[in-house]
Write a protein of this length. Structure first.
Length: 299
């Protein structure tokens, strides 16, 4: 018999590149909430699923922190045993709705949160991350055209950028398995614009002190690309130079080096419009499912 105090009673299931890192950390500041020190445990992706684990090994995934056994999973919550809320965040749970069945089996009482980002913006942010990691070799337009034409089935799932923005079917699976009282869905734009308001609502949902305010000044996972990602020696030299100027408190020099080393890619307006058209049916389905007006997602 597993000690239920060594299992989470809160899961942030996604979506990827939708502010889940920030939400995970903000919640973890609350005195009544324990969030796992490692984000993206991905336990329900591979638990009792040797076929999927074999796929991860074959694809040589860059993400190595998959937790494969229940015994190991419980160790991540030992420090939170006496907290009212124990949580973890794994964005793969939304993208893989088969996880919902296993979640229901192990922790049927769990509370579930999802943050949904405009699927076109989410796709581009996801692309930027893999471009920065030197995994994606193609331009964004080329990558999405390839996915539209072939499904990019030979790529690791996170590099199928359009697929990960199809929220409606995945959420339907969760809604069918869990009561509406157990699930809260938020929009990324709302979270970015009014984080304190969203967090207060989440604290009320979790039945913890809603007056607590975490440090909202700290930002997480800003989308950017290393200009010399394909030239590690140059990138590393600039990185050390930036750190050196920071230690010397030469902020102007630090900023010059940083701005040369890092840049923010531009999401072309015509490409974004193309993806809005691509997701037209998905947006309509999501509006119906959530009973929410998503007209801004068509802009």
């Amino acid at each position: 018999m597993i000690d239920q105090n060594l299992l989470p009673n809160l899961l942030i299931i996604g979506a990827a590149k939708s502010g889940t890192s920030a939400l995970h950390n903000y919640l973890g500041e609350h005195p009544d909430i324990f969030m796992s020190e490692s984000k993206e445990l991905r336990f329900f992706l591979v638990w009792n699923n040797p076929e999927r684990w074999a796929v991860h090994e074959r694809e040589k995934r860059i993400e190595h922190n998959y937790v494969r056994t229940l015994e190991l999973y419980t160790t991540f919550f030992e420090k939170g045993k006496h907290f009212k809320i124990r949580g973890e965040s794994s964005t793969g749970y939304l993208a893989n709705p088969d996880c919902a069945v296993k979640i229901k089996e192990l922790i049927p009482y769990v509370k579930i949160i999802a943050v949904l980002r405009h699927p076109a913006d989410r796709a581009f942010s996801n692309y930027v991350m893999y471009k920065n990691w030197r995994m994606e070799k193609k331009d964004f337009e080329e990558a999405i055209d390839e996915e539209i034409q072939t499904g990019r089935a030979s790529y690791p799932q996170p590099m199928r950028y359009l697929y990960l923005g199809r929220y409606a079917d995945s959420l339907t699976t969760y809604f069918n398995l869990f009561s509406k009282e157990q699930i809260r869905i938020y929009l990324y734009d709302e979270f970015v614009a009014k984080p304190a308001v969203v967090l207060k609502d989440i604290f009320t949902f979790l039945d913890v002190d809603e007056t607590f305010t975490p440090n909202l000044e700290k930002k997480y996972n800003a989308s950017s690309v290393r200009r010399y990602a394909e030239s590690p020696t140059i990138d590393k030299t600039l990185h050390f130079a930036e750190r050196g100027f920071r230690k010397l408190k030469l902020s102007s020099a630090e900023k010059i080096v940083h701005n040369h080393r890092i840049y923010k890619p531009v999401f072309a307006a015509e490409t974004r419009k193309k993806l809005i058209n691509y997701y037209a049916d998905e947006i309509s389905a999501l509006e119906k499912l959530l009973n929410r007006d998503l007209s801004k997602w068509r802009e």
